[in-house]
Design a protein around this ligand. Structure first.
Ligand SMILES: *Cc1c(COP(=O)(O)O)cnc(C)c1O
Length: 418
């Protein structure tokens, strides 16, 4: 799929006068994509997408999705607070959960998704067992859907075994639970229309067994996240209508004959946002040693996926979109870590100091994975609104933000006494 920039060179220059690098998101494209997801799943009466807030927690971004009818999938106190300030329905899919977070989630009326059987008594002791609850399943072994970021379920820390799911439902029923949900997240960033249908088949079959053996009401099946996006320009995007149709076929062949009609929930993060956010960075230096390096003002602390997973992110040189990519560069940031490279041996047009690079598909798991190594500060973020204006939705951090939690404040010399 051909990649294009959300922003023009003139707009980038203007925004960079205030602060660079920066993120920019395309509101119109986010809305268009979300509406397609709802439309594709409209055959299911109770369908709801609980947007995975960890993919991008900026309230203005989450609000775009919540205003369209999304809920929020949260897994920490701060994510719960973000969802709660937007009055969003909440799914709390956490693991290794502290007691105070269960208390917070229960107080907000979130649907709690238990990652482990031992959390039943833990939750009972700290917050009480609610009437509606979800359990996370791990099928173990291998889940064959092609390359993805998660590895094999048998080696993943999440969820309960099959035996544990049956035991957990039995205990929870005895504790007064009226409505059950079943959840699994077995592969991430899948680029195949088969992942959800295959997962659905497994979860729907399990749901029927649970209902028939334990006489429980399965109110919803939560397919979680995992639908990927094409990071490479020659990859084919997933087709949400084909995916949804595949889920529907499983639904109608497994659940309908069993007299069941649970709602389908999703917790998509990447699919809702990744293509609609970009990191814009200015070229500061060019360096020619054994390779040719482009040094820019963004670094892995702004976008860590390339450094962490060797992930490909397409790069557009603003104003040079139609120039032959006949140069080969490593595109780097300034961290004192050699993995701080946005691209390795990348074909690009000839680059000059002052050029603006647009790093594509950074809308999800981009700035939210940012960190402060080398004292790097988080950058500005803008929403390109439907009317074409740019709204600053996150100001750039200033040194005072970074220094504020140290006992000795280096800017003022002040010593805090907590
Ligand atoms: C990360 C995560 C998601 C979102 O995953 P994507 O790959 O971004 O769709 C959904 N649910 C849970 C529990 C997660 O941890």
């Amino acid at each position: 799929m051909k990649k294009s920039s959300i922003i023009t060179l003139e707009q980038a220059k203007k925004l960079a006068e205030y602060s660079s690098p920066f993120y920019v998101y395309d509101e119109e494209a986010i809305i268009k994509n979300a509406k397609q997801v709802f439309d594709a799943f409209s055959w299911n009466k109770g369908f709801r997408e609980y947007f995975a807030v960890k993919a991008n927690p900026i309230p203005d971004i989450v609000k775009v999705l919540v205003d369209l009818g999304c809920g929020c999938d949260c897994s920490s106190d701060t994510e719960l607070t973000i969802a709660s300030c937007l009055d969003a329905p909440i799914m709390f899919s956490s693991n290794v959960t502290p007691a105070h977070e269960y208390v917070h989630a229960k107080k907000l009326g979130a649907i709690i998704n238990l990652d482990d059987i031992s959390h039943i008594s833990f939750l009972k002791d700290c917050a009480g067992i609610p009437e509606t609850i979800c359990c996370r399943y791990n099928s173990g072994g291998n889940f064959e859907v092609g390359p993805n970021c998660m590895g094999t379920p048998g080696e993943a820390k999440y969820g309960m075994t099959r035996e544990q799911i049956f035991k957990a439902f039995r205990i929870l029923k005895a504790e007064g639970v009226k409505n059950f949900g079943l959840h699994a997240f077995l592969a991430s960033n899948t680029l195949t229309n088969d992942y959800y249908p295959k997962l659905a088949k497994e979860l729907f079959t399990l749901a029927v067994e649970l209902k028939e053996q334990l006489d429980v009401n399965i109110a919803f099946v939560n397919l979680s996240g995992g639908i990927g996006v094409p990071y490479l320009p020659d990859e084919e995007p997933n087709d949400i209508y084909v995916i949804s149709q595949g889920v529907r076929e499983q639904y109608e062949s497994i659940l309908t004959p069993a007299g069941m009609e649970p709602a389908i929930y999703t917790e998509l993060g990447r699919y809702m946002l990744a293509p609609y956010g970009q990191l814009v960075t200015k070229v500061l230096h060019l360096k020619h040693i054994y390779r040719d390096y482009v040094g820019c003002d963004a670094c892995a602390a702004n976008l860590m996926r390339p450094a962490m997973y060797g992930a490909y992110h397409h790069i557009i040189v603003l104003g040079k979109e139609n120039i032959e990519p006949n140069h080969i560069y490593d595109v780097t940031g300034s961290l004192c870590e050699n993995n701080d490279k946005f691209a390795i041996n990348r074909h690009l047009p000839e680059i000059e100091i002052g050029d603006f690079l647009v790093i594509c598909d950074a809308g999800a798991h981009g700035s939210s994975m940012g960190y402060h190594y080398n004292g790097k500060l988080h950058c500005a973020e803008y929403l390109k609104c439907a009317d074409g204006t740019f709204r600053l939705i996150k100001r750039p951090e200033i040194p005072a933000d970074y220094f504020s939690t140290f006992r000795i404040n280096p800017e003022t010399g002040e010593e805090y006494n907590w």
